[in-house]
Structures are given as structure tokens and as C-alpha cells.
Design a protein around this ligand. Structure first.
Ligand SMILES: Nc1ncnc2c1ncn2[C@@H]1O[C@H](COP(=O)(O)OP(=O)(O)OP(=O)(O)O)[C@@H](O)[C@H]1O
Ligand SMILES: [Mg+2]
Length: 481
């Protein structure tokens, strides 16, 4: 046993101490600022809360040496600046109702936390005031100075985690951290379609634009669609089904991609609750459940879903980075997502992703012209070759069995009209404007699965009492279930 352990052989009682403000900030920072991307998230959220129309983010070396967020929001006065840096000081709530939150921020923790783990300089100017600047390094706040800038705020964070080298070691490569920053930006850009965003990498003194989205115009659904096409690419927009459903005060909108547009990892799942980007387990589980019947286990659906409700129906104060939320009625939220998505997917029938279809067609396109140079065999050689091969052809099974001409309306079925069978497993069917190839074996499994599901829904799991009872031991918690 370790003789140095403070509690062994030490007769003194442990002493309870009040930690300094600085230490408290560093502890809070541990939860709020995990990596450069979390600092970007906090600063961009502050800009959006300040009503910014445009947000420009610059970083260097994956955000480890520099993060700068400039906005044209309401700004702060010289008197506001020291307050913005003190803990639990916020302009966003008055503390009387933690279930009535309409802004990204509400804790008054982000700026003091950032000031505790990096060199932070905030320059800001509010309408009708002179510009001012405040700097804080390792928790030590310098005096407010005048600064020249237009209305808005520029927050510069240098040398993140320089005071906590242990944290620095846990950071990943610049590339990985830069990717995490881009991901945060994409999520926030999808949350605020009417705001323009830019993201630039200035590592090594060279500026590179990573990302730019101009403010969208028009009504919300159209603006969101435009923003998603911009952020996720045309491909997503072309393969996404619009979602719009409402149930008991919860409103779900967004876009869910066709099953054929699924991904190998959960990288294109963007979930928002009252415009706040979240990675909530309940919602992710609901998304998976909605696609369960149409995707194999190793594929991940792509979707962007916005859930909106009265603030009191959801508690956003349950996670240090506000990435998770708690619904007053979790089953309602889950049920709404599952049923709305299933409905949309069922409506899309067998529509296949344009990506897959495009790739398949691309693969079938003839290659460039080929020139064959061959001596023509003589007529005799051809005849003898035919004669030699004829018996083999005659005995070989027909390569495919052609089906009789189908009834004309059959092509309107979701899987079209069966026209041929290949290798005793593949059914080639003709639809009104295309063709479908069905794996007969998989189709049979699917029919059995659907039958079992229907049976279960109608009469529950079929059960029968055992002839000789078997005793099973359960823990009290399992027994209660
Ligand atoms: N870009 C900005 N423009 C205008 N005011 C800002 C900006 N950033 C911060 N502030 C002001 O400083 C205050 C403190 O910001 P901070 O991010 O620390 O806390 P918060 O946003 O209120 O809550 P949270 O800790 O949940 O983010 C804010 O409430 C806001 O009044
Ligand atoms: Mg904030």
C-alpha cells in the first residue's frame, strides 16, 4: 500500500478551503473548453446571441495558437467589458426562470473560462459608444483601454491551454482540430441561415478560406434548404426528403436523406433543438430507429432535423457544453421523429439516391473509342469453331429465364414488373421510367421480417408456458421491469 497516501496514517482531518476565483475558473474551463473547437463554438454563439449579421472566424494551427471571432452584433461598452469576464455575469437571463431560455448562452461562464486557459483580448463597440478593449491572461485581467473599431466585437484567443500543458498534450493534430472547428462552424451555420459566416485558416501567415456562406433570404424553410445545400453540398439537397410534422407542441422540420444516401459513419447527422445544435442520445436513437427497417446496421442515415418547442418543454441546462438536452416528454419527441421520418421514407418508395444511380450509370458509360486490330478468320475457320462449340452452348442452361410480357399497369408497382431472373437469384424488373434489380433472397427475408413484425403488432410475441418451469434469478431492478 502507498505509505504516502494522505489518508493513511495521517491523523489530521482534511481541511476544507475556498478555492480562489482563478482556480474555480480553471476548473469550469475544464468542462466548457475541451478543445479549440469548443472555444470557437462559445465565441460564435456569443456573436449570434449579440444579433450579428455576419461572423468571421480565423484560426491558426488548428486553433491552438490563434482563434479570432469578429462579429457586427450589438457590441459592449467599456463598462461592460470587465463584467463580461467575471463568472456568472450574463445579459441573457435574470436567473429567475432557468426554463425560459431563448439564447445560446445563459451561464456567464464562457468568457471567464477562456480567459483562464488562454490569452484573451476582447475589443468591442456598442452603438453610440467609443470602442474599448480588455485583455486577460491566465485569469489576470488588465485595465480597459480605448480601441478603434466599428460596431461589433472582436474576440481574440491566443495560445489556448498554454497555462495547462496537460490539456495541450491531449489535443489532436492541427488537422484534426481544424476539422473539429469546421464541423462546429457548419453546425452553427445551419442553425442561423440568415447570418453570413466565413472561416479562414491563417497558419504560417498564409490565409486560406475554408468555408463561406452568404446570408440566405426569404422564408425559413427555403432559407434552410439553401443553407443546407451550401454547407452539405448539392448532393445532400438532391437526395433529401423534406420533413414537416407537429405533435402536442413539438414541431419537427428539416431534411432526411434517402436510405441509399446513407453513410459509413454518423458524420451527416445534424440535430437542433430550438436552433441549438445538439448531439443528444435520445434524438440520435430516434433517427436510427426511423431508418431501422431500411438500413443495415453498419450504415448511418444522413439527416438535418430541427425540433422546435416552447422553451419550458425542454431543459437545456443538463450538459456542461449544452450538447444534450432533456425533454419534459422524451417519448413524445422520439415518437414524433420516428413517425415523421418513416412516413417520409415510405412516401419516397423505392426512389434511389441520385449519387448511387449516377455512379452506376457512370460505370456503364462506354469507354473511349477502342481500336482492335485483328486478322479476320477465314469462313472455314469460323464454321469449324462453331461446330466445335455448338454442343456446349446447347447443353448450357439458359443464362436467364425470361418472364412473359407483364400486364402494362404492373410497371407502376414500387418494384415494377418482373421481366427476367438471373442466376436464380436476381429479378430484373421494369418500372415506368427505369429498372430495378431485386436480390430475391434478401427480398424473401424482408417479407418474413415484415410478417413477423405485423404478427407482433397484432398479437404481441407468441408465448407458451413451459412444461417444466425454469427458475431464473433476477436483480431487484430487473425484476421490477
Ligand atoms: N460577441 C459579443 N457581443 C456582445 N456581447 C457579448 C459578446 N460576447 C459576450 N458578450 C457579453 O458578455 C456576456 C458574457 O459572455 P459569456 O459567453 O461568458 O456568457 P453567456 O453567453 O452569457 O453564457 P454562456 O456561458 O452560457 O455562454 C454575455 O452575456 C454578453 O452580454
Ligand atoms: Mg456565451
Amino acid at each position: 500500500m502507498n505509505a504516502e497516501s494522505p489518508n493513511i496514517g495521517a491523523p489530521q482531518r482534511p481541511v476544507i478551503r475556498q478555492l480562489s476565483e482563478d482556480a474555480a475558473n480553471r476548473i469550469a474551463a475544464g468542462e466548457v473548453v475541451e478543445r479549440p473547437a469548443s472555444a470557437v463554438k462559445e465565441l460564435v454563439e456569443n456573436a449570434l446571441d449579440a444579433g450579428a449579421q455576419r461572423v468571421d472566424v480565423t484560426y491558426a494551427d488548428g486553433g491552438k495558437t490563434l482563434i479570432r471571432v469578429a462579429d457586427d452584433g450589438c457590441g459592449m461598452t467599456a463598462a461592460d467589458l470587465p463584467l463580461a469576464l467575471s463568472r456568472h455575469a450574463t445579459s441573457k437571463i435574470d436567473g429567475s426562470d432557468l426554463l425560459n431560455i431563448h439564447s445560446f448562452g445563459f451561464r456567464g461562464e464562457a468568457l471567464p473560462s477562456l480567459g483562464a486557459v488562454g490569452r484573451l483580448v476582447i475589443s468591442s463597440r456598442a452603438e453610440g459608444f467609443e470602442g474599448a478593449q480588455i485583455a486577460v491572461t491566465g485569469g489576470a485581467i488588465a485595465a480597459v483601454r480605448p480601441a478603434a473599431l466599428n460596431r461589433g466585437t472582436v474576440v481574440e484567443l491566443r495560445d489556448l491551454f498554454h497555462a495547462t500543458p496537460a490539456r495541450l498534450k491531449f489535443l489532436r493534430t492541427d488537422r484534426a482540430e481544424a476539422q473539429a472547428i469546421a464541423d462546429v462552424m457548419r453546425r452553427l451555420a445551419m442553425a442561423a441561415p440568415y447570418v453570413s459566416f466565413t472561416l479562414r485558416d491563417v497558419s504560417g501567415g498564409e490565409a486560406r478560406e475554408i468555408f463561406r456562406t452568404d446570408a440566405e433570404q426569404g422564408e425559413l424553410f427555403g432559407a434552410l434548404a439553401g443553407r443546407l445545400a451550401r454547407v452539405l453540398g448539392r448532393d445532400f439537397a438532391d437526395n433529401a426528403l423534406p420533413i414537416d410534422a407537429e405533435r402536442e407542441g413539438l414541431h419537427l422540420t428539416g431534411f432526411a436523406a434517402l436510405p441509399t444516401y446513407s453513410r459509413g459513419a454518423a458524420i451527416e447527422q445534424f440535430l437542433f433543438v430550438n436552433t441549438r445544435p445538439v448531439r443528444d442520445k435520445l434524438l440520435i436513437g430516434a433517427l436510427r430507429a426511423a431508418y431501422m427497417d431500411v438500413l443495415s446496421r453498419d450504415r448511418h442515415p444522413a439527416a438535418v432535423l430541427y425540433l422546435a418547442c416552447a422553451p419550458e418543454l425542454v431543459d437545456v441546462n443538463v450538459h456542461p457544453a449544452k450538447a444534450e438536452v432533456r425533454f419534459r416528454d422524451p417519448a413524445l419527441a422520439r415518437g414524433l421523429i420516428v413517425s415523421a421520418l418513416r412516413h417520409a421514407l415510405a412516401g419516397a418508395g423505392h426512389r434511389a439516391s441520385t449519387t448511387v444511380a449516377g455512379e452506376t450509370l457512370g460505370a456503364m458509360r462506354p469507354e473511349g473509342p477502342r481500336v482492335y486490330q485483328m486478322d479476320r478468320p477465314s469462313g472455314g475457320a469460323i464454321r469449324s469453331a462453331y461446330a466445335w462449340q455448338a454442343p456446349i452452348f446447347a447443353e448450357a442452361p439458359a443464362p436467364f429465364a425470361a418472364a412473359p410480357e407483364p400486364a402494362p399497369e404492373a410497371v407502376n408497382y414500387p418494384l415494377g414488373a418482373a421481366r427476367a431472373q438471373l442466376h436464380e437469384n436476381w429479378i430484373v424488373a421494369q418500372t415506368a421510367d427505369g429498372m430495378v434489380i431485386v436480390d430475391q433472397h434478401a427480398a424473401h427475408e424482408r417479407l418474413v421480417y415484415e410478417r413477423l413484425k405485423r404478427q407482433m403488432a397484432e398479437s404481441g410475441v407468441a408465448a407458451q408456458a413451459l412444461l417444466i418451469p425454469e427458475i431464473v434469478e433476477l436483480s431487484p431492478a430487473d425484476a421490477a421491469r
